[in-house]
Design a protein around this ligand. Structure first.
Ligand SMILES: Cc1cc2nc3c(=O)[nH]c(=O)nc-3n(C[C@H](O)[C@H](O)[C@H](O)COP(=O)(O)OP(=O)(O)OC[C@H]3O[C@@H](n4cnc5c(N)ncnc54)[C@H](O)[C@@H]3O)c2cc1C
Length: 561
C-alpha cells in the first residue's frame, strides 16, 4: 500500500497528494509537510485508485479534507479523473492539478470541466516562491468555506427512527448540508437541552441561523432551509410535474426556449437518479457521475435559464378547464398552464413479508442506501434486488460495510444486471450473491435484528442476524392520481402518442382532428416523459431525452392553439 501519512492527530484536516512517480510524490509530500505538517495531515498516494481508497476511508472516519493535489498524467486514472471522482466524497476540498508546461491547455480546460481551483506547473522550486503562495491562498479559501460549513443545519435523532432517517434523506436529496447527531451522544443531548426538547420530540432540526424545529414536516423544513415551495405565478406555459431527470430535462429545455416554466416536485429534485451512487452509462461521463452531482448541475442549469423549481408540493389532480390545464396541490391550491408535462416516474415496490412494514426506516430501507451508508460501516448489510440499482448499492456499501449480501430472487444476475456491474461485484471480496433467495420475514424490537430467508428452489428457510436491509425491487408508477383522467396501461403507466390508438384512430374523448403527438397523452396539451410512460426505457438518458422532446411537442401544440 503506497498510501502513507504522517503520524497524525485525527482532528487535523488533511491535504492529499497523488503522483504516480514515487520520487515526485515524495518530494511534494516533503515540501508540504515542511510548511503545513503542524496544522494539516499530509496523505500521499501513488495512484488515483489508492488515493480514492484513502479518501473513502477518511470519509467514513469523518475526517476533513482541505485540499487534493493530483498529477495530471497518471496511468489508469488520470489526475482529472481522480479529482472528478473525489468531488463526490469531498466537494469542498480545494482541487489543484500538477502539470508539466506542455499540458497547460488541458489544465485550463479542466477549470471548467471539474471546477479546478488551480493548476501548478512542475517543477515548483523554490517552493517558497512557486508552491507555498498558491497553497496558502487555497487553504485560506478552504478555511473560509469550512467556517461557513460549520454553521450548517444540524439534525438530532434516534439511530432507529424512521422519521429521523426520512429527514436526513430529505436534506441530502435537496443538497442541504447537515450534521447528524445521535440523541444519546453528549452533543446530541446538548442540542436537545438548548432547544428545550427531549428524546420524545425527535428529530430535532437546528437551522444554520439557530432556529430549532421539533419533528418538522418536509414542507416546514423546505421553507426554513430556503427551498422554494410556492409558485410565483398562477399561469405558466408549461407545468412540469416531477423533478427527476425527465422533469429536470423538460425544465431546462422549456425555460431555455423562453417558455414560462415551473417544475413541481413532491420531495426533492433528482428523483430516482438522485439516489444513485454512480451512474456509469450517462452520455458524456466516461467515469460515471453520482446522482447527486448530476442533479445539482441540472438544478443550477434549470434555474439559470429561469425555470421555477418548487419542492415539497404533491400534485394530486389534473383538470381540463377550456384551454387551461389545471393542477391542484394536496392543500387545495392550484395553478394553470397551457400545457403539462407529467414526469412523475416510479418508485420501488414494497417487499411483502412478516414484519417488513414495521421495520421500514428502522433497519429496512427502500432505495436510501446513500444516506445510511456511514451508519452501517463495519456491519453486515443485506440488499434485495437483482437489477442495476441493487448492484450499484452493493458496490457503494461494500466500501465501508463488513460484508454485503445481495439477495436475488432469480437464478442469476445475468438476467437483470448489466455485465459491467456483475464484473465489478465479482471483484469485491466482501460482496456475496445469493440467488434463488427471498426475504420472508423481519424481526426486531425497536430496530431490525433478524431476517428469515427462503431458498425458492428447496423451500428451506434460514434466519440470519441482520441490522440493515436495503430493498431495490421492481417499480410502480406514480400515477394513481391520474386514474380516470388520462389513459393508462394495465400496470398504471401512462399511454401516449401511437400507443394510445390503433393507426388512424384517436383516444376516447379526443376531440381534435389530429392524432396525439408522440408523447401526448389522451388529453391534448398534456404530455408524459420518462419512467411513468408506458414502455419507457427506464434510463436516465432516455428520461432526459423525453423531457427535452416533450418541450419540442409543447411548442408544436402551442403553435396550433
Ligand atoms: C438507485 C438507482 C440507480 C439507478 N442507476 C441508473 C443508472 O446507472 N443508469 C440509468 O440509466 N438509470 C439508472 N436508474 C434509473 C433512472 O434513475 C430512472 O430511469 C430515471 O430517474 C427516471 O427519471 P424520471 O424523471 O422519469 O422519474 P424519477 O426519477 O422517478 O422522478 C420522478 C419524480 O417525480 C416526483 N413525483 C412523483 N409524483 C409526484 C406528484 N404527484 N407530484 C409531485 N412530484 C411527484 C417524484 O418524487 C420524483 O422525484 C437508477 C435508478 C435507481 C433508483
Amino acid at each position: 500500500m503506497a498510501v502513507a501519512s504522517t503520524s497524525a492527530a485525527p482532528a487535523r484536516p488533511s491535504i492529499l497528494t497523488v503522483d504516480d512517480d514515487p520520487g515526485v510524490s515524495r518530494a511534494v509530500a516533503r515540501d508540504l509537510r515542511r510548511r503545513y505538517g503542524d496544522t494539516y495531515r499530509i496523505v500521499r498516494a501513488e495512484s488515483g485508485e489508492e488515493a480514492m481508497t484513502a479518501l473513502r476511508e477518511m470519509k467514513l472516519r469523518g475526517d476533513r479534507v482541505a485540499m487534493l493535489l493530483a498529477d495530471y498524467r497518471m496511468p489508469q486514472m488520470s489526475g482529472l479523473e481522480f479529482l472528478e471522482a473525489a468531488m463526490d466524497l469531498y466537494p469542498a476540498a480545494r482541487r489543484v492539478l500538477l502539470t508539466a508546461y506542455a499540458d497547460t491547455g488541458a489544465a485550463i480546460e479542466a477549470i471548467n470541466v471539474i471546477d479546478l481551483d488551480y493548476y501548478l506547473l512542475k517543477p515548483w522550486d523554490p517552493p517558497e516562491e512557486k508552491l507555498y503562495p498558491v497553497i496558502d491562498a487555497q487553504l485560506e479559501s478552504w478555511r473560509d468555506a469550512d467556517v461557513r460549513h460549520s454553521s450548517v443545519t444540524k439534525v438530532v435523532g434516534h439511530r432507529w427512527s424512521a422519521r429521523s432517517s426520512e429527514v436526513r434523506e430529505f436534506l441530502a436529496r435537496n443538497q442541504v448540508p447537515y450534521r447528524w447527531y445521535f440523541s444519546e451522544t453528549p452533543e446530541g443531548s446538548r442540542l436537545l437541552d438548548a432547544a428545550g426538547a427531549d428524546a420524545r420530540m425527535l428529530p430535532l432540526v437546528v437551522t444554520p441561523d439557530g432556529q430549532a424545529l421539533i419533528a418538522p414536516t418536509d414542507a416546514e423544513l423546505a421553507t426554513r432551509v430556503g427551498l422554494a415551495t410556492t409558485p410565483s405565478k398562477d399561469f405558466y406555459d408549461v407545468i412540469v410535474v416531477g423533478g427527476g431527470p425527465a422533469g429536470l430535462g423538460a425544465a431546462v429545455y422549456g425555460a431555455s426556449e423562453g417558455l414560462r416554466t415551473v417544475l413541481l416536485e413532491r420531495v426533492a429534485t433528482g428523483g430516482q437518479a438522485g439516489q444513485s451512487s454512480r451512474i456509469e452509462n450517462y452520455l458524456g461521463f466516461p467515469d460515471g457521475v453520482s446522482g447527486a452531482q448530476l442533479t445539482e448541475r441540472a438544478r443550477r442549469q434549470a434555474v439559470k435559464f429561469g425555470a421555477e423549481l418548487i419542492t415539497t408540493r404533491d400534485v394530486v389532480s389534473l383538470e381540463v378547464n377550456g384551454p387551461a390545464r389545471t393542477v391542484r396541490f394536496a392543500d387545495g391550491a392550484w395553478i394553470d398552464g397551457h400545457t403539462v408535462i407529467l414526469a412523475t416516474g416510479v418508485s420501488y415496490r414494497k417487499l411483502d413479508g412478516t414484519g417488513l412494514d414495521d421495520m421500514t426506516g428502522r433497519g429496512v430501507f427502500y432505495g436510501s442506501a446513500l444516506t445510511e451508508a456511514s451508519n452501517c460501516a463495519n456491519e453486515d448489510v443485506y440488499i434485495v434486488g437483482g437489477a442495476n440499482s441493487a448492484g450499484q448499492a452493493a458496490v457503494y456499501l461494500a466500501h465501508g460495510a463488513k460484508s454485503v449480501t445481495l439477495l436475488v430472487r432469480g437464478k442469476s444476475l445475468q438476467e437483470s444486471m448489466s455485465y459491467y456491474l456483475i464484473q465489478q461485484l465479482g471483484e469485491i471480496p466482501n460482496v456475496r450473491v445469493r440467488t434463488c433467495t427471498e426475504v420472508i420475514a423481519a424481526y426486531g424490537d425497536d430496530h431490525l435484528e433478524r431476517l428469515t430467508l427462503r431458498d425458492s428452489v428447496t423451500g428451506e428457510t434460514e434466519t440470519v442476524e441482520a441490522s440493515w436491509l436495503f430493498v431495490f425491487i421492481g417499480a410502480q408508477p406514480h400515477t394513481d392520481w391520474l386514474d380516470g383522467v388520462v389513459v393508462r396501461d394495465a400496470r398504471g403507466f401512462v399511454l401516449a402518442g401511437p400507443d394510445l390508438t390503433v393507426p388512424g384512430g384517436t383516444p376516447p374523448g379526443w376531440d381534435l382532428d389530429r392524432e396525439p403527438f408522440h408523447l401526448e397523452t389522451s388529453i391534448p396539451g398534456v404530455f408524459v416523459a420518462g419512467d411513468a410512460r408506458s414502455e419507457s426505457a427506464k434510463r436516465v438518458a432516455s428520461a432526459v431525452g423525453e423531457g427535452a422532446m416533450a418541450v419540442m411537442l409543447v411548442h408544436r401544440y402551442l403553435d396550433g392553439l
